[in-house]
Design a protein around this ligand. Sequence first.
Ligand SMILES: Cc1cc2nc3c(=O)[nH]c(=O)nc-3n(C[C@H](O)[C@H](O)[C@H](O)COP(=O)(O)O)c2cc1C
Length: 199
Amino acid sequence: MTLPESAVPLDASAYRAAMARLASAVHLITTDGPAGRAGFTASAVCSVSDAPPTLLVCVNRASSAYAAFCGNDSLGVSTLGAEHEAVAGLFGGRTPMEARFAAGTWRNLAGGAPTLADALASFACRIVGRHTVGSHEVLYCAVEAVAVSGEADALLYSEHRYRTLPRLLPISAAAEPARAPRAVGARPAEAAPRALRSA
Ligand SMILES: Cc1cc2nc3c(=O)[nH]c(=O)nc-3n(C[C@H](O)[C@H](O)[C@H](O)COP(=O)(O)O)c2cc1C
């Protein structure tokens, strides 16, 4: 079989290079409990279901935080805004756990894991399933409490750099003529184009 010109035989570096093209939200994943307090920066976070509310997180089994996630069942997800780039860097590795947690203001929504007080969205979870896949463990997490805060722009990671995604203006603030109410499931009104910018 002849490969298309753009295809390359798959190895880990080709896979990583392709994955770097994906723009991802950035989260802090945290835990506390009998195995201690720990956390790391993650993009491998995904909603599984809203019935019951469940998300998944992929954690590298070689990371310094992994032992704490093995011994605890609490897990917090703090979805970061543009002003959190520095704390994302601290939780991104090679920083002692105490220094990571000294950087933010934390609160306990439920279950024991700390979440960042000014995160765009916070999820307090209990780990209800684990599945090892290669270098990583997939943690299935039942969401027990959520919080949202602020109007900050979102922090993204793409092509090895942090970027920010401007928040859409509230519909009422947009300079648009009045429209009929939008039906559930209809496409949202187009926002004025605002560039995705590098952080
Ligand atoms: C933007 C970004 C996304 C990351 N996503 C993940 C992830 O989804 N899962 C993971 O285990 N590590 C992820 N990492 C790596 C961890 O944050 C961290 O570097 C790794 O756990 C090693 O940390 P350590 O020095 O404490 O061992 C990510 C790092 C960055 C900067």
